[in-house]
Design a protein around this ligand. Structure first.
Ligand code: ATP
Length: 239
């Protein structure tokens, strides 16, 4: 259930550019502990750029990034990761030639030992335990996304940033993955989810924002007015 306390993650008037082309034009966005915020919008709207700003991988040209109320604008991604920000990028960010086990073992840099990381992963996703010696690239798409989430959980995140979790996956699998995401939010994680196609994430989202050409055009509770809003921005994808 959504927490209405101080947002863990805040973007205030964030602008961002690649070379001289500005792609975010003053974005305000808050994510509280225990809340799932869905960031929706058409191709090229700037959704991934927002996640990269939130993870410290892209420094805003104006505006501020706050973590737990503290200004962390310009902080190094490594420092934000240590402070509890976990980005799971589109394409999952796993190592296809390494086994499930070795993908998890790489997360020992966080200070947790391997056994603990594996236990957390296999308790949540038993199928990963059954396939621990299998090369990650040979897992199904849904299993690969589970592995990406499990790697993220090894960092015990306060903020989870998810980019297009549903990419290339069957709706049933996407629904199951989002159930895990909802469970993480119930445990207090602040979750910001980027999706181009809204249906799956809106089942678990407490709040939604629609980004169009680098500006938030609408934000609020994901109710029926959002569906009308979405269909006016991109044909057919709100369903
Ligand atoms: P999609 O849903 O297609 O992934 P998005 O909403 O995530 O899109 P971004 O990937 O944030 O959008 O891109 C926003 C704009 O910034 C686009 O016009 C894109 O072409 C541009 N852009 C993104 N990355 C770069 C880059 N590394 N160099 C130059 N321009 C970039």
């Amino acid at each position: 259930m959504a927490d209405t306390g101080t947002p863990v993650l805040q973007l205030h008037g964030v602008q961002a550019a690649y070379d001289r082309i500005t792609v975010l034009h003053g974005v305000d966005l808050n994510v509280a502990a225990g809340q799932v915020v869905a960031l929706l919008g058409p191709n090229g709207a700037g959704k991934t750029t927002i996640l990269n700003v939130a993870a410290g991988a892209h420094t805003p040209s104006a505006g501020r990034l706050l973590l737990g109320g503290r200004d962390v604008t310009g902080a190094h991604p490594r420092d934000l990761a240590r402070a509890g920000v976990c980005l799971i990028p589109e394409g999952r960010g796993i190592f296809p030639n390494l086994s499930v086990r070795d993908n998890l073992r790489m997360m020992t840099f966080t200070g947790r030992d391997r056994a603990e990381i594996e236990k957390i992963a296999y308790d949540r996703f038993p199928v990963l335990g059954e396939r621990s010696r299998q090369a990650a690239g040979t897992l199904s798409g849904g299993e690969q996304q589970m592995l990406a989430l499990a790697r993220g959980l090894a960092t015990d995140p306060a903020v989870l940033l998810l980019d297009e979790l549903s990419m290339g996956l069957a709706p049933l699998v996407v629904g199951q993955l989002y159930e895990h995401v909802a469970e993480l939010a119930r445990q207090g994680v602040a979750v910001l989810v980027v999706e181009q196609f809204a249906a799956a994430v809106l089942k678990i989202a407490d709040h939604a924002a629609v980004l169009v050409r680098g500006s938030v055009q609408w934000q609020g509770h994901p109710d029926s007015s959002l569906h009308a809003e979405l269909s006016s921005y991109y044909l057919g994808s709100a369903a």
